[in-house]
Design a protein around this ligand. Structure first.
Ligand code: IPE
Ligand code: IPE
Ligand code: MG
Length: 255
């Protein structure tokens, strides 16, 4: 639904399901890993574009818990690409004042990828201009299991109380995303219109943009178009359109 009277502000948090690398390669008769390599180029372009647009938090779904089911050589290739990306990107993240974060079961990644990740996260911990969140070995259902376990352990240790779950915020403190805002906009490339176990709870009130463009072809213009589409929407958070026209709806404190 469009709201012709006012545009939404630029989203604070954009989360992207980067999909279509394999098909991009297949269309060119190339091995799938070549699509992933080109996908890394899109990551660079989109991060620069997001900074130019003024988006403070960008989350990229890079590897799902289900992606381990792919052929061993593809998984290995993806892990190698991650390590190379982190090594190469560290200096530009620092130069651009970008803090790196990771969400997912990081401890189950190959040790070299983990080391590269921890090194770049530590090196950029002081950066304040933008936050880049990589979802790695991430699954929303796994995140809920980990949060429930963390919460239970905190209750047993006496650092959390059963009353904490009287509000969503009390439980959300145990999610991987505890110190991140919820995504305002979730983009999925490649024409698939599913969520694939990505940020199911945090995207409760996100706006979705699905584009047929394959991830290696997704660049600045495509990000700008998705943000423009988002800004023309009307977010109601349960209220009526009339209420929202009078004063913009605020995200609810979800009970
Ligand atoms: C997304 O591209 C990258 C990852 C899931 C790691 P795909 O590899 O899923 O590409 P398609 O869907 O096979 O085209
Ligand atoms: C989702 O893409 C995961 C990432 C982008 C990392 P997939 O290509 O793995 O999703 P499905 O299997 O098609 O749903
Ligand atoms: Mg895919």
């Amino acid at each position: 639904m469009t709201n012709p009277s006012a545009l939404l502000p630029v989203p604070t948090h954009v989360a992207i399901i980067m999909d279509g690398n394999g098909r991009w390669a297949k269309q060119r008769g190339l091995p799938r890993i070549e699509g992933h390599r080109r996908g890394v180029e899109s990551v660079r372009t989109v991060l620069d574009a997001a900074r130019a647009i003024g988006i403070p938090v960008v989350t990229l779904y890079a590897f799902s818990v289900e992606n381990w089911r792919r052929p061993e050589d593809e998984v290995g290739g993806l892990m190698d690409l991650l390590e190379t990306f982190l090594g190469r990107e560290k200096s530009s993240l620092l130069k651009n004042n970008v803090r790196l974060r990771a969400i997912g079961r990081i401890e189950a990644l190959p040790s070299r990828a983990q080391a590269a990740l921890r090194d770049t996260i530590a090196a950029t911990a002081h950066c304040t201009a933008q936050t880049l969140v990589l979802a790695l070995n991430y699954g929303a259902r796994t995140e809920v299991l980990d949060a429930a376990r963390d919460y239970a352990a905190a209750v047993v240790a006496g650092t959390a109380s059963l009353d904490d779950t009287a509000s969503w915020e009390g439980f959300a403190r145990h999610l991987y995303t505890r110190d991140l805002p919820d995504p305002d906009l979730v983009i999925r490339t490649s024409g698939e219109t599913r969520v694939s176990n990505f940020l199911l709870l945090q995207a409760a009130y996100a706006e979705f943009v699905f584009t047929p463009v394959l991830w290696p072809d997704f660049g600045r213009a495509e990000l700008e178009a998705a943000v423009a589409d988002y800004r023309r929407r009307e977010r109601r958070f349960g209220q009526t359109g009339e209420q929202v026209t009078l004063s913009p709806a605020l995200a609810p404190t979800i009970i």
